[in-house]
Structures are given as structure tokens and as C-alpha cells.
Design a protein around this ligand. Structure first.
Ligand SMILES: [Zn+2]
Length: 406
């Protein structure tokens, strides 16, 4: 699935109609959640049936395109399904009980294949459901020409601090060719660097994120000094939200470029399966911005892994910094010890570099061995002999039995 985004340009009244649609989508989602809470044993299809009921009961809810109503119900269902899933996995901490959405700056409404229409030049979009938001000019649409209309599976209207956007979800798998590089890499997230790889190379934390962090703090302090409900407060809330938006765009930009570079130049990428929850518990790592940057980066590494056909593996983070990457012995050390010195084999290496090598090693071990079955078959028929010294006993019966006939 490909996603393209364009900014919507329209009149003030049109934006208000989009707001209405977004509000209605939220209403449908929340109502479905309420319905599920009141009748716990219902399923996904009961919720989509309930959408039609809502549409009849509330005339304004009926204005929203019926497929868009369905999409909102699906959102409610995915929140419920995620909760059930977490319960099944026996996650001890938060299970994520589905919550009602409140009115916020950002919000969205999702249409499927009806309720909207693209112009022939694909520079304008018209929303034609009951809210009659009308025609908008779209900014940044040059990619839309390459795809057939039937590939447009979903159209999402997204409200952000700096305006209204439309996202097109296009049914097209992205596959790109890349020659094998015969290189593998392990990545360790650090305190001082964004990551250290298994070759000892480091990538610094992007400085602009640090800068933005300071600006965010400044804005939120300023916001807390304004009076509740005042014009000034609204102004600063918008400023803060815009700054957040800018930071998340910078973060994404950094993550996408770096992830593409890492994936394109390696055949296997291993990294730690870090749970952000675990990281926040540790006060030293509680730098929300770089955590978020790492999560974004990882998501893109996995995406590009699929696009370019590169193996990406998340390994369990236990002992990656404690073990010796040379001999495998456990060498206990606290967070403040920055160099790994092994008393068993004398191996000395930077702490993060050592960890990155362990991560790569773990990754290679967990990568799996797809060829195993055919290898076993071949071995059974005697084509390949895997016998190594005394490790595998030689089979006896052959002795004395297969004498050439005289
Ligand atoms: Zn060692």
C-alpha cells in the first residue's frame, strides 16, 4: 500500500464542513465503542450493522458517507481487537483498554471508494456526501497521475495544526531491485549517539531535534502562563502544535533517509527489539524525542526491508551490552561504564560497538534457515556428509555388508 498526501486549499466554510465530517466520524467511532462496552460479546459485523442504525437515528450522522461510517466503525473495532490481542499476549502493564476520542487539533475522517471524486487533471478533489464540502485544490499531487482510479482504496481527510490534508491509500506494492552487497549490520541505540553499528561507525543524534526540544519546552512554558479560555492561549496552543508538527516532520525526514541508506547498503540489518515502555522506566533513557526518532527509524527500516528484499531482524535486548562479542562470556557492567573490557579473553571495545556486534550475532542466529529441510533430505540420501570429526557418530551397518560381488 502506498500513501500520498496533498494539502487541501478551499474556503473557510468548506473547512468548517470538513470539521463537521471529522466530528461525525469521531462520534461514530465513540458510539461503536460505547455499544461494545454495553454488549461485550458482539463482533466486528455487529458494529458495522450498528453504523446503519446510527445513520438513521441521527440525521447529521446520516450525512456522512455510509462507507466512511463503516470505516469509523472499523477503527473502533481495531482498538478493541488490539486490546484483546494484548490480553492474550499477557502483557502485564498497560493493555490499552479502548478509550473514547476527545476533540483535538488533529483528527481525521476516512472515505473508501465513494463520497469523493478526483478531477480529470487530478489537481482537484470534490467531496460529495451529505456535508457537501465541495471542491478543493490539492497541493503536491504530481504522484497521483501514475495510478489507476481503481487502485485508490481509501481517501483520508486529516486535520493538522497547520491545515487540512488529504491522503490517498493506493493499492500498489512497492518493490525495488538492489544488488546484494554481502554486508550485514547490527545497530545499537545509544545514549550519546543515535546508533553505533557493528563496524564501530556511529551516527549522531540529529542536532535539529535537540534544538526543537528546547523550543518545545519554551512554548509549553509560555502556554501554561496564559489564561484559560483566552485568545492568547488559543494562539499559543496553535504555536505549540505547529512546532510539534515541525519536529515530527524533521524526525520523519531524518528517519526515512537514514533507514533507506542502511537498508540499501546491507543484506541483513539487526537491531534491538526495544519496548519504549521499558526505556521510559529507565530515567537515563527518558528522552522522549530521541525515543520517538528511534521508533520512527525502525518502522522505516522494516518498510524498506520489504521494498528492497533485505532481512530485518529485531532481537531481544537482553545481555546485548553485557556479553563479550569476542568470546561470549558475561561481563557485568553498569550504565556508566563506557568501555567493554573482557577479563576472559582480553577483548577491549567501546561499549556500544560491543553491543552492536552482539546484536548482529543474535540477528544472524535468529534469521532462520530456510534451506534446512532440503539439506536434511539430501543428507539422508547420503549426498552431503555433515559429519564433523567425532561430533556425529558414523553409521555402523555399512561395514561388512556391501561387499562387491565376486
Ligand atoms: Zn571475552
Amino acid at each position: 500500500m502506498l500513501v500520498f498526501e496533498a494539502k487541501l486549499e478551499g474556503r473557510h466554510e468548506q473547512y468548517e464542513k470538513l470539521d463537521e465530517a471529522i466530528r461525525t466520524a469521531r462520534f461514530v467511532r465513540n458510539s461503536c465503542l460505547r455499544y461494545w462496552m454495553d454488549n461485550r460479546d458482539i463482533g466486528r459485523y455487529d458494529l458495522s450493522a450498528y453504523c446503519a442504525v446510527l445513520g438513521k437515528e441521527f440525521s447529521w450522522a446520516g450525512k456522512l458517507n455510509s462507507q466512511a461510517r463503516q470505516a469509523s466503525a472499523e477503527r473502533a473495532w481495531s482498538a478493541i481487537a488490539r486490546f484483546f490481542d494484548n490480553c492474550k499476549k499477557k502483557i502485564i502493564a498497560k493493555k490499552g483498554y479502548p478509550r473514547f476520542r476527545s476533540e483535538q487539533t488533529h483528527g481525521s475522517v476516512e472515505y473508501k471508494t465513494s463520497g469523493w471524486k478526483l478531477s480529470d487533471c487530478r489537481k482537484y478533489i470534490t467531496f460529495s456526501d451529505g456535508f457537501e464540502a465541495g471542491t478543493f485544490k490539492m497541493w503536491g499531487t504530481r504522484d497521483l497521475h501514475f495510478y489507476e482510479l481503481k487502485q485508490y482504496k481509501r481517501v483520508r481527510v486529516v486535520r493538522r495544526a497547520d491545515g487540512y490534508y488529504v491522503q490517498f491509500c493506493i493499492d500498489q506494492e512497492r518493490l525495488e531491485f538492489r544488488a546484494p552487497t554481502s554486508k550485514t549490520i547490527g545497530l545499537d541505540v545509544g545514549l550519546t549517539h543515535f546508533y553505533t553499528d557493528s563496524d564501530g561507525q556511529t551516527v549522531e543524534n540529529p542536532r535539529h531535534l535537540r534544538k526543537s526540544e528546547k523550543a518545545l519546552k519554551r512554548f509549553s512554558r509560555r502556554l501554561s502562563k496564559t489564561e484559560k479560555g483566552s485568545q492568547n492561549r488559543a494562539k499559543f496552543r496553535n504555536k505549540l502544535a505547529r512546532k510539534h508538527l515541525k519536529v515530527s516532520r524533521q524526525r520523519k525526514d531524518f528517519a526515512v533517509k537514514l533507514a533507506r541508506c542502511v537498508v540499501e547498503s546491507n543484506d541483513l540489518v539487526a537491531y534491538e527489539d526495544l519496548k519504549v515502555r521499558n526505556m521510559v522506566r529507565n530515567r537515563h533513557l527518558a528522552k522522549s524525542i530521541s525515543d520517538a526518532a528511534w521508533t520512527t527509524f525502525r518502522t522505516w527500516v522494516e518498510y524498506f526491508g520489504k521494498v528492497f528484499g533485505v532481512v530485518t531482524i529485531a532481537v531481544p535486548p537482553h545481555y546485548t551490552s553485557q556479553n563479550c562479542s569476542n568470546c561470549g562470556h558475561v561481563v557485568k557492567k553498569s550504565l556508566s561504564v563506557r568501555t567493554h573490557v573482557c577479563p576472559h579473553c582480553g577483548h577491549t571495545q567501546g561499549r556500544d560497538w560491543n553491543a552492536a556486534r552482539n546484536i548482529l550475532e543474535l540477528g544472524l542466529r535468529t534469521a532462520g534457515h530456510v534451506g534446512t529441510t532440503s539439506l536434511e533430505l539430501e543428507n539422508a540420501s547420503g549426498d552431503i556428509d555433515l559429519c564433523l570429526g567425532g561430533a556425529t557418530p558414523l553409521s555402523k551397518p555399512s561395514r561388512g555388508k556391501r561387499k562387491p560381488k565376486k
